[in-house]
Design a protein around this ligand. Structure first.
Ligand code: GLV
Length: 323
């Protein structure tokens, strides 16, 4: 089996690949896959590609890689992979669900707290030498504990955020999801609402939806306009779910209080208006970036590859292949 790993991933996981007899692993240097031509050339004779979310895996790549049997995406999101095209061609697609829920939920809470309590802005203030005297009104923000959190998408990560917010911060939880979660309604007292009700009632809105045709542009100017002027928007899911220009305008005008963003519409670009705004907390897509979690993601991607090689069922398929 010829395996292409598109960028360096944690060494412990690569060691398992190299130890497997019959797997011939090529791992590209850090920047190589960013060059589309190089990526397509490197993938041309691959049976399996272990890809990151930075790689667009589409019909063009499938055309150029006639032997391809599997795309093992090292991410829970798979909007970088054309899964319809993969399904038509019988190519397996796998992702890494479950292992990054805790790390992502931790970071969503960190962004929520940082935006509400103005942490990066306060730190910039101090480092700029502007902290001359304590003040009763200095850098006051929004209360977090006991407030209402609206969760868009109550899947595994949404649930992990709900647990933290409810059990750690005593927050009331509303959620919007096509699927009801009677288990969590019973256990945590979370309540399901329609989107407009949630946006109007929540002090914090945190997005935990996949990027699909149905969710792209979901949070637009009109929906931002339904939120409270004291509200904070958190996005650790995918950037294109939020209209970034509309969000920057809402933050500038005070239509909402602040935003905490780990993802952007056109990564690694960030809307220049957001960079200017003190009430936007901006991170470079690091929600799952704890050392153990990134290792677990790599291990799961590798387990999918090794299962295919051994003729076993890949543990976390998105598309079941026929090759
Ligand atoms: C990261 O964004 C992931 O989808 O795992």
């Amino acid at each position: 089996m010829k395996l292409l790993v598109t960028r360096p991933i944690p060494e412990e996981a690569v060691a398992r690949l190299r130890a497997e007899p019959g797997v011939d692993t090529t791992m590209l240097e850090e920047d190589a896959a960013m060059d589309r031509g190089l990526l397509l050339d490197a993938a041309a004779d691959a049976d399996v590609i272990l890809a990151l979310l930075t790689e667009r895996v589409d019909a063009e790549l499938f055309d150029r890689s006639p032997d391809l049997r599997m795309v093992a995406n090292m991410a829970v999101g798979f909007d970088n992979v054309d899964i319809d095209e993969a399904a038509v061609r019988g190519i397996w697609v796998t992702n890494t669900p479950g292992v990054l829920d805790g790390a992502t939920a931790d970071l969503a809470m960190a962004l929520l707290l940082a935006a509400a309590r103005r942490l990066p802005e306060s730190e910039r203030f101090l480092r700029a030498g502007r902290y001359k005297r304590w003040g009763p009104m200095l850098l006051c923000g929004q209360e977090v504990h006991g407030r209402t959190l609206g969760i868009l998408g109550m899947g595994r990560i949404g649930e992990a955020v709900a647990r933290r917010a409810r059990l750690g911060f005593g927050m009331e939880i509303l959620y919007w999801d096509e699927r009801g979660r009677a288990d969590l309604e019973e256990e945590l007292g979370v309540r399901r609402t329609d989107l407009d009700t949630l946006l109007g009632a929540a002090d914090f809105v945190s997005i935990h939806l996949p990027l699909t045709e149905g969710t792209a542009g979901l949070i637009d100017a009109e929906r931002l306009g339904r939120m409270k002027p004291t509200a904070v928007l958190v996005n650790t899911a995918r950037g294109p779910i939020v209209d970034e220009g509309a969000l920057a305008a809402a933050l500038r005008s005070g239509a909402i209080w602040a935003a905490g963003l780990d993802v952007f519409e056109r990564e690694p670009e960030v809307h220049p208006d957001l960079i200017e705004l003190d009430n936007a907390v901006l991170l470079p897509h690091i929600a799952s970036a704890s050392i153990p979690t990134r290792l677990a993601m790599a291990e799961l991607a590798v387990s999918n590859v090794l299962a295919l090689h051994r003729g076993e069922d890949p543990p976390t398929p998105v598309v079941r292949g026929t090759r």
